[in-house]
Every structure is written in structure tokens, then in C-alpha cells.
Design a protein around this ligand. Sequence first.
Ligand SMILES: [Zn+2]
Length: 709
Amino acid sequence: MDARVANDRVVDVRFFPDDDDPHVTLSLRFPDGKETRMRRKLRETIGAAFARLRSTAAKRRGCGSATTAPTAAALSRDDGDVSEDVPHVDAWTEGSVMTIDGVRYRVRVNAPEVTGVVSVDFPMVGYPLAATATGTTFCEQDDVVFAWSVDGEEVGETGRFYTPTSADVGKRLVVEARGARHRETGEVCGGAVTFEFSVVVSELGVDRRDATERLAPASASSSAATTYRIMTYNVLADAYSHTWSTMFPYFAKDLSKAERRLQLVCEDILFADADVVALQEVDKKWYELLFEPLLTSRGYIATEWAGKSGKTAEGCAVFFRASTFPAIVSERVIQLTKMRDANVARWIEEETNVELAKALDKITSIAQLIKVRTASGGALCVGNTHLFFHPGAMHVRVLQAHEFVRRANEHAGEDTPLVLCGDFNGEPEDGVIRYLRCGEIDASDEDWVRGSLFRWGGTSSRDAAKDIYYILDDGRGYAVDANVKVTNALELQRLNERSIAMSLCARTLEKDWGATCKCDEVTESTSPIVDVKKHVKAGCTFKNCHKVAAFTLRRESALEPGLTMTDDDLAAARRAFADVKRAADAGLEDLTNRQRVLADSLRSDDPSSSAHPIGCGARLRIARDLVSAGGFPEWTNYVGGFVGALDYVWASARDFTPRAVSPLPPLTAVTENVALPNACFPSDHVPIVVDVERRTDRKEARLRSASRG
Ligand SMILES: [Zn+2]
């Protein structure tokens, strides 16, 4: 190569033929140090681009250049000069030379580019950090050359990862992406960019043994080839952190930073050492910056991040230990809002199910279905989901579980064993879990009837707050309908919502930490109606403000307007609540009886049908028996106001025998700081880790090969 072509005199030509607008970019640095980048159509001739380059180069030479001779631009290859009529797509080749203004530039084709670098901005001793290059083209993270330094001093080759040591405490970390290796030439190019951590390296400072030790292998696996360790973990999406001051007021702000919290989640995952790691509530950002790089560096292969539908940047992801499951054969994301079961779909469209249809339209639940190859050449199908959360939508969860299992069975095919993980938002006695456990649910099940009272946005504390705004300052519109008799389903629905609102208000009033509203500075007048509106305007609801809760409860109990409750008021409210509750319960019982009579009269035992809707319910069947590999623990979710088991690992019963399950952590460690999450437990859920043994039934294997032959 010509000696005059200096190493840094390069024109980078990058082709983007698959773009919506197929184009090429030309980037170069003029002798005066200024950079230029042009974007041209792929089919355009190089002559047109050169005309632009000539005029730019002429400007670069400075003013008064009008008298200088016109700038020449040309491209030459080993086989001679390239005509200006040749389109970009055919003109540029690696190592050819472009000349402008007498200056020669080496042509580099499709060189990598890196425009930024980021990491998890909370370095802690012993916690591995991943750096991630951003704005990358023509390279993967593995091609990027990273360099880490502590207080300006470079540490040895660590690649994309660095684990701070105790010698680093109090020091400042910087990671640099020095460019990326060109796939063909191996040359490092693409520019250097750095990320300086905003906080110095620190120690975690708490003892997490109560959280992690339980996750360690419970039993030495005797035959590693036939025992799989499965972990399911709702890691608490940072996307909802704006609600935590209300939901987890006991969870200190400095502990709740995603950068700190989710590194503890990763520690849990690495501690459990599972073959399958099914995560829910994974933020897209943290999948990319933390979970995916870290776990793939530790021998896992990852599914794509599977986001919920709509705008929520939170979803599911599954990781497989590559030595157990060398390859993902197929993965798909299904919506748990569109029911493929034709009988169910038709039923949802019925006029009486309009509220259900409306809710399903708004719900964003999805599930992942993944088929992987086992090391011995077999297959496993894994499902991962997070069912709709609303306590009143128990019927939705039954339908979602039905759709999830049906589709998982389809995806698996008849012979492939099945493992279904997730946060099912149901406790063992709830319809959804009874259904999965028993393999069927009756059309007269109480959860169908209760669910039929659900209305999207029904008992929303925010709607209730808005409602307060419509009360006139003179009190008109204050009194609610005191009639607590129920004659039809719609009235029952209203009464039910009223009863829920009353109990939620009472719960807020009971809590010391309920009064975390941001309205301390509201000045009081003589009118509670005027005052409560100030709270509502400040964003208070009956869920986060004692005063709004008191006002709402007084109104529902037909007491004078006010922002506090005396003991007498509370007694009166309790009586009013009892009346409402009694009427609602009677209405529910009546509705349940009617549904039972209807279901009995139309009962069908058609075994070919997986769904048989009757009235407000449906008889559903699961084609394959499932077993809860972790059994039915007392709880997996422990927050202020709710304690219950919501997380499960279901395995196809004919293929697996449950062998071990991680015990629950000691309650004292959980309640030390009221509830979860806290300094040691990074999520409001604890992970469930189970060992399942694959049945290597020879007779079954013979049957299977016979049926194939
Ligand atoms: Zn308030």
C-alpha cells in the first residue's frame, strides 16, 4: 500500500442495503481534523457524491480559495480507476484508495462503529459489572474492545466485565470502549468512548445470607442428566417505581435504585445455579444492560426480551444453562388477551360478557413459549408468564391460564415434556391455581361469578378521587345512594365496588405509613369538602392519604363530610360497611346459586371439548396433567397488605417427578423491615427454585419410537 496513505486517513464506507431506504454512508476526516459524513442512495453514482465532497473539501481549505484550482476526487482500485458513473454499491471495495485534493484515503468497508458505552451505575465489591457499547453498527458486543480503570489506573484485561474488589472501595471507575474489531480485517476501529461511573465503588454493607443460602442446591443431584433445576422469579420492574412510595412506603429510596436492587437479583440467580431461569417483570433496559450480558457470560443462553403488549417496557425473559440445553429451537410470544379456543372466544363476544371483553382489550399480559434441545438430544418446552394482577379479575386469570396451557401444549407437541413458570397472581385456593392443579374447572365455580362483577377501572382510587372533585363546595353531590338492596347484577357490581372501596379506605386508615401523601402543606379551611379537593389536586387518593381515605369512608358510610374519624365515626363506618357487605354477599350468593342451577341443567360431559361455556362461567379442561413442582408454599409474595403464594413452576406430571424445593427464607429476615422488598431482598417476590427429575421411562420411550415408526 502507498506509504502516503496514513493509518488515520481513512474513508469509512458503510452499506445499509436492508434499510427501508437502502443507502450508503461515507465518513472521513479532512486534513484540518474536521469530520464529515454523507448519506447517499445505494444506487446513486459515486460521481454525485464526489461533487459534494469536492465542494466540502474546497470549503475546508479555507476562505479565499476561489483562486485555487478545483479539487479533484477520484477512486482507484488495484484494477485501475473507477469511473464516476459506477453506483456506490459496485464501486467501493476494501483497500481501494480515494483521493481528494491530493490527499489519499484508504477505503474501509463496513467498519464497526461504537458511539457510546454504558454500565450499571452502582459499582459494588464482588458484584460483576457489564459494560455495553451503544450505537453499534457492523459489530456485536463481543467485538468491542473494553478497558476498565480505577482512579485513572487501568486494570488488566477483563473484557466486557469487571468485578470491583475491596481495594477499589471509594475509588472511581471508568470503562472505555476503544472501538470494535473489524470482522474481516481484525482492525480495531469505530472510535473510543468512555463511561464514568457517577458513584464510587462501595460495599453492599448488608448480610444477604438469609436471602441467598436457601437458594443453594438443596440436594446434590445424583444424575445431572435427568434432573433439571428450575427457577421462577418476579424481579419487580423498575417501570413501576413511581408507585412504590404508596405500595412499599417501608422500602427506603436509596435501596430501591434499580442499579443496586437488580444486581442483588442477579446474585440470587447466580446463587441458585438453575438450568432454567424464568424471569417476570424484567425491564427492557435492565435486560440489555444487566441480565442478558451477565447471564450469557455465565454460561446461559437467553431468549429475546418479551415485552408486554402496549407501551409497558416490562416483560418476561428466560435463560437456559447452555451445558444442559445447548440450543433454543423455537421461541414465541403469545398474547394472553386473545383466546384461540373458539368456544371461549365466541362466549367472550356475547353481550353479557361486555365487561370481560372490555377488560381483555385493555390487559397487556403475554407469555413466552420456548422449545429447547437437551444435551442428550431430547427436547423441553418451557412457558413463562405473568398473569393479570387485579384481585377482582379472577376469571381473567383462569382464562389466561387456559390459553397459556393450551398454546404451550400445542407448541410442545405431544412428546415434549412441559415446564410452565410464572407469577400466576393466584393463591392455591383461587380458581386459576385450582384449575392448573386439578386440570379442570366447572362452569359453576365461584370465581366465574365473582369475576363477572369485575369492571375495568372499577374500584380505582384515582377515579374515586376524581369523583370527589365533582362534589360542589356547598355539599351537593356528597351523599351517596344509601340503598343497599340488590335486585340485579349491575347493582351488585356497584355494591361490590363500594364494599371494596370502603375496605380499602379502612385499610389505609389503619396503616401508620398510609399518610405518605405529598400534601403536608395544604392549608386547612373551615370546609372539609374544599380541603379534600386540595388533597385530590395534589395527587392524593384513598390509597395514599389518610384524609382522602377518611373523607371517602365517611361519605360511603353516610356520615357528615370530614377529614378525620373519631372512634364513634369508625364504629358507625363499620356498621355501614357490614350492611353493604351483607347485601353484596347475599347478592353474590344468589347469583352463584343461579349459575349453579344453570350449569347443572346444561352440563355436558363431551370429553372432546376443552371449553364449554355456560352463563357467566365455562367448564374448562387441560389436556395434560400438571404438577406444582414447588408444592404450595405459604407465600412467595410478602408486602405490606398482602401475603400469599403467587409464583409456581408447573411440570407435566407424566414426565417429571418433583425432587426438591427451595425453603422460604426465615420470616424474621423478611419482616425485619415490615415486608418485602428491603435491604436484603430486592423484590417483593422471593424466587422459587425446584429440582424436577425427568422420568426416563423405557416403556414410554419404546412406545414413542413405535408410534413414530
Ligand atoms: Zn393528602
